[in-house]
Design a protein around this ligand. Structure first.
Ligand SMILES: Nc1ncnc2c1ncn2[C@@H]1O[C@H](COP(=O)(O)OP(=O)(O)OP(=O)(O)O)[C@@H](O)[C@H]1O
Length: 255
């Protein structure tokens, strides 16, 4: 469970988040959407304790400020938007790092089996001994998703997990995140630019605009023509077909 109560945050003089409140529940995907530069990543970084604003954030009922760093990192897995890495490490080593809390920790057979299992689950076992810097952007993204999943966290925080992936992998990864969220009761908070993916996979969508929560609710409550017009400056048709929401752009809304 994540509770955000009256969170405000700014970088130097630029205020980015202003009195944000919402909750994300276990067993559900909560998606944060909004225009570029509106503060989605900043919000996630506050939830993971990488940035600290005013207000209160509770993870599993306990205020973030009361967590020790090691305790927080075992509860919360964070996939950053920036997965560029030129480290001279193999895919296997990068994923293994997700399991290791201290560099001096001994690597057990169980750690090695866990890496094998997660690489297999994501269908990237053939990359295991390639250097991370030799992979494409999408392949690297899958490796960092594997690193986030291997920790068995209570809370999964992912910044645009599907941004570099092809259509098939977008669905495969979202289906996997959904399955883990439901079967393991994870509280999953993700940012997404693909609104149709948010509609299909998230139980709840939070729309950020102007530093505030513009709206929140189920996909059909939130993804409206009025919201798309005000927040994204787009005129669209919303089509419900075979249980899925489709957003058909008509034109840019200029005013
Ligand atoms: N380290 C930083 N220092 C100063 N300003 C920053 C920093 N990081 C982000 N910003 C600014 O804060 C605002 C919000 O950025 P953020 O990355 O949270 O937006 P976002 O909604 O995640 O954007 P996108 O959808 O493009 O990824 C932007 O105006 C950005 O320029």
């Amino acid at each position: 469970m994540i509770d955000i109560i009256g969170l405000s945050f700014g970088y130097k003089e630029q205020m980015v988040l202003n009195d944000i409140s919402f909750e994300a529940k276990p067993g559900e995907i909560t998606a944060i959407i909004g225009a570029n530069g509106i503060g989605k990543s900043t919000l996630l970084k506050n939830v993971c304790g990488l940035l600290e604003g005013d207000g209160t954030i509770k993870i599993c009922g306990k205020p973030l400020r009361e967590y020790r760093p090691s305790e927080l990192s075992s509860q919360v897995s964070y996939l950053s938007q920036d997965t560029v890495s030129h480290a001279l490490l193999t895919v296997f080593e990068i994923v293994l790092l997700g399991r290791i809390e201290r560099l001096s920790q001994r690597i057990s057979d169980e750690d090695i089996q866990a890496v094998d299992a997660v690489l297999h689950r994501l269908g990237i076992e053939s990359f295991a001994f390639r250097y991370i810097g030799e992979l494409s952007g999408g392949q690297r993204q899958l490796v960092f998703i594997a690193q986030a999943l291997i920790r068995n966290p209570q809370v999964l925080v992912m910044d645009e997990p599907t941004s570099n992936l092809d259509l098939n992998y977008q669905f495969q990864i979202m289906e996997l995140i959904k399955k883990l969220t439901v079967t393991e009761g994870l509280t999953t908070l993700i940012t997404l630019h693909q609104l149709e993916l948010a509609a299909r996979f998230a139980e709840k969508i939070i729309v950020l605009d102007g530093g505030r929560v513009y709206g929140s609710g189920t996909p059909s409550e939130v993804l409206t023509r009025a919201m798309l017009r005000e927040v994204y400056r787009m005129d669209v048709e919303i089509v419900n077909s075979a249980g899925a929401i489709h957003i058909v752009p008509i034109c840019r809304h200029v005013s």
